[in-house]
Ligand binder design. Structure first.
Ligand SMILES: [Zn+2]
Ligand SMILES: [Zn+2]
Length: 251
């Protein structure tokens, strides 16, 4: 089983270390068919991509694409899931400019509504010292479920990073709506307690590097470890052995 696409990488357009060309070269050297450039969306403080820049990034990508015809480049963003109503910071008219839309929860991206600081952000800040309560897990889960139902998200990034969720419920809604669940080598999520709950649903997975440096593009070691340890069949993995992703955002 070989990973032949990486749908999650960052560049200097947010806080990655390399350019689109640097990531494309790394993808070529790893023999990837596809590479998505998915910098953080606008509500990521200081580094998020202003949607007004999308045309410029697309033009840059088109130039790089000519240099690397063997690797199909895709323009994406990693949206922030922002609050209990499942809001994300990529508007539909901006999502139309993208080839792929990722979304995940990041502690540093502040919610739109003040009440969510106490509900969501507080839990994310304290999760590693205070066990999440059932009410907190239910609230986090509801936020993820609403985000997936309300927005055409192709890939849910690093579920379980920063916030505890009910994986059975999130896996089921991802399966129902056609959103892939990421096996994240950067954040080492989902963890071993969660993967079995996800495997009991019908969700599909994508193995991603979430590379912030060119040398990490295509590096999916942790994801492959999970695949081996839990014997996840290739039929549930979207980006191995030259398969092509089915994009919900383009349907
Ligand atoms: Zn992320
Ligand atoms: Zn990322």
């Amino acid at each position: 089983m070989t990973v032949t696409a990486d749908y999650h990488s960052h560049t200097t357009y947010s806080h990655g270390k390399g350019s689109i060309a640097d990531n494309a070269l790394a993808a070529k050297e790893k023999g990837l068919d596809y590479l998505a450039i998915t910098d953080h969306a606008v509500r990521h403080p200081f580094i998020g991509v202003n949607p007004k820049k999308l045309d410029e990034i697309r033009a840059d990508m088109d130039r790089v694409q000519q240099e690397f015809p063997d690797v199909k480049l895709m323009l994406g963003l990693e949206a922030n899931i922002l609050g209990s109503a499942g809001e994300i910071d990529v508007k539909p008219q901006d999502a139309e400019k993208l080839d792929i839309l990722l979304a995940g929860y990041h502690l540093t991206s502040f919610p739109y509504r003040f009440a969510d600081y106490f509900k969501i952000t507080f839990n994310a800040l304290t999760k590693y010292v205070m066990k999440s309560t059932k009410a907190q897990i239910a609230r986090n889960t509801s936020m993820f479920v609403r985000a997936i139902k309300n927005h055409k998200i192709d890939v849910l990034t690093h579920p379980g990073f920063r916030l505890d969720i009910d994986y059975s419920e999130v896996g089921k809604v991802c399966a129902d709506y056609g959103t892939y669940v990421e096996l994240s080598s950067r954040h080492r999520t989902p963890d071993e307690n969660s993967i079995e709950q996800l495997l009991n649903t019908d969700c599909q997975f994508v193995l991603n590097s979430d590379a912030h440096k060119p040398q990490n593009v295509g590096c999916c070691d942790f994801a492959l470890e999970l695949v081996g340890k839990y014997d996840i069949p290739a039929s549930r993995l979207a980006n191995v052995d030259h398969k092509v992703l089915t994009l919900r955002s383009k349907s």
